[in-house]
Design a protein around this ligand. Sequence first.
Ligand code: ATP
Ligand code: MG
Length: 567
Amino acid sequence: MTDAPSDDAAAPRDFIRQIIADDLAAERLPHGLVTRFPPEPNGFLHIGHALSISLNFGVTDENGGQTYLRFDDTNPVKERQEFADAIGDDVRWLGYHWSAGLTHASDYFERLYEAAVTLIERGDAYVDSLSAEDIRAYRGTLTETGKDSPHRSRSVEENLDLFRRMRAGEFGDGEHVLRAKIDMASPNINLRDPTLYRIRHASHQRTGDAWSIYPMYDFAHTLCDIFEGITHSLCTLEFEDHRPLYEWLVERIPHEYPPRQIEFSRLAVAYMVTSKRRLSALVEEGHVTGWDDPRMPTLAGLRRRGYPAEALRRFCHQVGITKKDKLIELGMLEAAVRDTLGSAPRRLAVVDPLKVTLTNVPEGDTEWLEASNHPNEPEQGTRKVPLTRTVWIERDDFLEEAPRKFFRLKPGGEVRLRYAYIIRCDEVVKDDNGNVVELKCSVDMDTRSGGASDRKVKGTIHWVSAEHSLPATINLYDRLFREAEPARLENWQAAINPDSLTVRQGWVEPALADVAVGDAVQFERLGYFTPDTTTTDDAIVFNRVVTLRDSWAKLEREALAGINAEA
Ligand code: ATP
Ligand code: MG
């Protein structure tokens, strides 16, 4: 592929890649390696899906072979085309492409029906007419075996007739189901005659009203794997107990190559929820502004937040594929983002402005000073930043009652304005309530950055010219949850961080007018930022992607040590 992700020099190694390497070495794959990523279009993809995507598409990028993007659209009640479109966008954005094509389980509805007929003809499936409630009662429990439905012994002819009429729409929802005839006494509940088809008089986003029966996930998924010649069906650990059913179906349905299901552990990241049910609740209950809210762990949200696709791929490689469930530090994800953004151009912006008047700079004067675009990458060149009589500095870079080791600005103290001069704070102006509203400072004109003077002060702060800078709305994001593992809590919504978003009205240097959505810059001393998708010619909006340092690292490590030890 053209946009082949090649973030880490060494290809990742894990038990699934080892199995694939062995199969290839032994020439067990006559048609090559074939994988699929099978999302259900009932929500947006989240960071957990990124791991599955990077595995399924990654192994064919690395070894040759084909990958399908296959929508598992078997439940028309919950699925929407809008979600399918968003999923396609996300996969492409992550840097992958479906070399084998984009398919839908619904593309195979006719073949799935035929396969069900084959099972009935073999005596491996029957139409059951028990109520949903009775089916549940007959199924038994983990400690109690199930018992046979009275309809289990229907003749093949009767089953074929009923199933045909189910399809024809002769019955109401729930009147009958088609079940596999396996073993009601199996210790594995998934083998106790699982339902294969149910009646659902619902319009499907792709097939309209053509069908009044819809296949169940396990049946549809296994059969689609067979139809598409999938060699390695990679899924998460919760499907481990379904594997015997997968294999039972593969044995009975004609295939060219028997697909093999292999499970790996789900990605779970601290301070995030990653289940579409909960993500959908966050949207519907209004805790966030939408699926692409920059606080959401959805790929659309992380993208809008400014996380580069490369950082997510890098993170997935670092997490790796294992069989062991563990909670991954959010700090590890943020570190991957910082590593990826290391070359972002440096810029000056003030998010919480305090006015400073430089008393010995004449009104109306502008001095254009040279500022480097990256301290360690001179090839990025320089730009000019304007210095004027009035500038903005960060409110917390001034303290009236400063401790001795405070090396920023204090009354009578000195500090360097980045790329400019050393200034001294001569006077503090307050309003009637005693709030500091302005500082009057004088500039030591002999101390221009890069000039002859080698006079030094301990602190350097960032600033922008009041006259030339542009007003900007700046969204400072923090983690969406206060608890490391919110999904564990009964009332997980209560763990939502009320301070997950702080909106500031700040000022940014003129060069920041031209940053494109999707590009990132470093606001010096503040973090990495990217224009929000709502940025227009009249309104500049920046999202903080990530801070420059992980201030939570120690706390998080302690919290997770406990949780992962327990797991
Ligand atoms: P959710 O539980 O969030 O609703 P899902 O498993 O129902 O997710 P699907 O759309 O069915 O969502 O998932 C598509 C694929 O992504 C599946 O193969 C699934 O195993 C994988 N997947 C889902 N969540 C994760 C995760 N957290 N880590 C790794 N893979 C995941
Ligand atoms: Mg699922």
